[in-house]
Unconditional design. Sequence first.
Length: 302
Amino acid sequence: MRTGVLMASLLCVAAGMIGCWKSADKNAQSVAPLSVVAPGAQVKKLADGFQFTEGPAVDKAGNVFFSDIPNNQILQWTIGAGLSAFSVNSAGANGLYFAADGSLVACAGTGRMIYKIAPDGKVKVLADKYDGKKFNSPNDLWIDPKGGIYFSDPRYGSKDGMEQDGEHVYYITPDGKQVWRVISDMVRPNGLIGTPDGKTLYVADQGDSKIWVYAIAPDGTLANKRLFAPEGADGMTLDSEGNVYLASKGVVVYNAAGERIETIAVPEEPSNVTFGAPSRKILFITARTSLYVMPMRVRGAY
């Protein structure tokens, strides 16, 4: 008999507690949950020397694109080839996401718009106003399975030139013809991500240090708002097990039930995360002046 079980059984007898033996035995045999990180893996720096990295997005091949906001550029990390410049005049690109047709869609903070770069290099503005007024500074986005685009529109720093009546979340309809305001009660929305089935959207209210989760209606509107986590985040992503990854003081991981299960320490404070490489089992982390990676046990959801 193992010492822990023996001691527990003796305590049960002393206390006269019926059924305590079964509980002690169960606890002795319980197994700790598996880490989301690959066994023995450590965070590795891929590149540095940037001013402020953000918005990592993965293409179909597993290559990862990210923005260096103050330097006004988008860079790409190509598997097997390394780092190169993708766009050197990005209009202050922040959050990035790939559309189904291979276009890279960008939140342009200084340009105050959402635009896309097609595979042939052509650039098209998708939206730059709501209700006839310019956006604040589009920050992060997610494209749903129908092709609709959710994006956050906070304003950090000076409020000069701000035309909207607050900091909100918007939706560009799949046909690209309409822009709807779908969240209007946040202090400062930031990171967001939806589930692959298009039924659930997670949104960080960085200004109120909370993560909210919504049900997505068939028309793209949101319902059933509920608190998911009592902390804010910059960017976020999902893995194939339904866990939610928040770029915070480290990379903080919550399971789908809203329980904090793990924290991945990073040398610099993360701004955003995504899964990349052909296997989708490498977590790419943008963090201030650098780009980091972490080998994972789990796959990314995308």
